[in-house]
Design a protein around this ligand. Structure first.
Ligand SMILES: [Zn+2]
Length: 511
């Protein structure tokens, strides 16, 4: 491979390196806090989920379930589970109905004007609040900011929905002039301004759900408001694209109104609380896999960047009664890893993607490294071990009981390859025959694209529908001094050792 490399702007280079379709939307699952467990963390990781969201029960119990979550959040046990999830590469979010929490009901005695004017013409503290009352909105905004401060290790995406009812609207003249969508957005605008005083990167969901499915007419979203679309009225046995609820014109209008950035779908595919009529014990759950797959493709095409589903009533009690739920349709085809972890658990923005077609497995690394070092031309293969490089491993089994395929590639496309024998070292006499590689050094890093024949991976007994992979990189300074080891998931070894089963993850590389 030639030693010349062209420096390009990273964006231009990425566009030129368009080996794959768009990386795909991030994927999330929402679970009840009482069902949040080590099992769920493992299950999410195995399904290729990016985000686990804690969702305290909605409906009439929203206030109690939210306050329970906030108490639980202060316990060591809960925090240890959240830490564990984040260490496993997941993000943690919190999604809940909060109307009754944002304006404390005990204020009603002194300030009935803060509360809604109900259909009988009297102030009523049952749901939500009067958005025409500036003092009420100021309290709501301050409470939203407190929530930002108390949600343990949340991402910057917040979900403080109004109460779970269509009856919550205030009928005072100021509120009655607004549609439900505009009323919601007015409250959210007040919240996000205050929330950003605590977290300048905070964003807040506008929930398009039931009475707020129509886009707002008069109120404009403040910076940081994003769309969250929850089609609870849909039917479950046919794709959402065949239903009026997800009419692409209306959806497109909603997305456009909120600027498209971060638009999210919140689906019910795995909401066994709904399918169990919100009553335990949980019923046996059989997901509509063909519908899930069709809907995922549809939402991706429309432009949703974040696709999530409720996954309640599938906790440890479910598993004990019915076994492991089938989440296979939710797993993305191929692999997308965003961000690599250094040894000291510092995360960079390196990405790794992997897909297969009928003949080959394709992978790409986009490495973030502002000081690229490479071996001199003409040195032997093992010299690469003292320079920057990426590493990809493919294995047939989780325990590495069979030899695995190891390929390391430097920024100039030179290859160090071996057959890994777990516990017995690396056999460098093995040489890959079908590998194709191209690389490019760009501003701020380097790109590596490669592909390998499926027949060659089959010699390692690798079944692409159910295989194991690892993705790593080494960062060296000039002169052969190691800066850091990076892996697609945090290493629990110190120093990092990638040649062990816990550094592999499952993948379905379906052609
Ligand atoms: Zn009002």
């Amino acid at each position: 491979m030639s030693g010349t490399a062209v420096k390009l702007g990273l964006a231009a280079a990425l566009a030129a390196a368009n080996l794959f379709p768009a990386a795909g939307a991030t994927r999330g699952l929402l679970v009840h806090p009482g069902e949040f467990s080590a099992k769920w963390i493992e299950r999410a990781r195995m399904t290729g989920v990016d985000t686990l969201a804690l969702h305290p029960e909605g409906g009439p119990h929203s206030f109690t379930s939210l306050t329970n979550l906030l108490s639980q959040m202060r316990t060591d046990g809960f925090r240890a589970l959240v830490d564990r999830a984040i260490d496993a590469g997941l993000r943690i979010e919190y999604e809940f109905h909060a109307g009754g929490y944002l304006l404390p009901r005990e204020l009603f005695a002194g300030h009935p004007e803060y509360f809604r004017l109900d259909e009988k013409g009297v102030r009523n503290p049952d749901f939500d609040f009067c958005v025409a009352n500036p003092e009420a909105l100021a309290i709501v905004a301050a409470r939203a900011r407190q929530l930002v401060d108390s949600l343990y290790r949340s991402t910057d995406r917040y979900y403080f929905w109004l109460d779970d009812t269509d009856a919550g609207g205030c009928r005072c003249p100021g509120c009655a002039a607004l549609a439900p969508s505009d009323r919601q957005l007015k409250a959210l605008n007040a919240m996000i301004r205050e929330m950003r005083k605590s977290n300048p990167r905070a964003t807040l969901a506008y929930l398009a759900y039931r009475s707020t499915l129509e886009r707002p007419r008069t109120v404009k979203p403040e910076d940081g408001i994003f769309l969250e679309y929850a089609p609870i009225e849909r039917v479950w046995d046919k794709p959402v694209s065949a239903q009026n609820i997800a009419d692409p014109v209306r959806l497109g209008e909603l997305i456009a109104y909120f600027g498209g950035k971060g638009a999210k779908v919140l689906e019910y595919w795995y909401d066994n609380s709904l399918f169990s009529q919100w009553t335990k014990p949980a019923r046996l759950f059989r997901p509509a896999n063909a519908v899930v797959r069709a809907d995922l493709a549809y939402y991706g095409r429309i432009g949703f960047a974040d696709i999530a589903s409720f996954a309640c009533y599938l906790g440890d009690d479910y598993e004990a009664a019915w076994g492991e739920p089938d989440l296979s349709a939710f797993a993305p085809d191929g692999i997308v890893c965003r961000g690599f972890w250094g040894e000291a658990r510092k995360r960079d923005q390196t990405t790794f993607e992997c897909r297969a077609d009928a003949d080959r497995v394709y992978f790409s690394f986009n490495v973030w490294d502002d000081n690229v070092t490479a071996a001199p031309v003409g040195e032997p293969e093992r010299t690469l071990e003292s320079y920057d490089r990426v590493e990809v491993f493919f294995a047939a089994t989780a325990d590495l009981s069979k030899p695995y395929c190891g390929i390391e590639i430097d920024p100039y496309g030179r290859v160090l390859d071996y057959r890994g024998n777990y516990g017995k070292g690396l056999d460098y006499s093995w040489n890959v025959r079908t590998l194709k590689v191209s690389t490019r050094i760009v501003e701020g890093g380097y790109l590596v694209k490669g592909s390998i024949a499926i027949t060659e991976l089959a010699e390692f007994e690798i079944d692409l529908r159910n295989c194991w992979f690892g993705a790593f990189r080494a960062d060296y300074a000039p002169g052969g001094r190691l800066i850091d080891w990076y892996s697609f998931r945090p290493s629990d070894g110190r120093p990092a050792n990638f040649h062990q089963p816990n550094m592999f993850a499952p993948a379905a590389l379906r052609p």
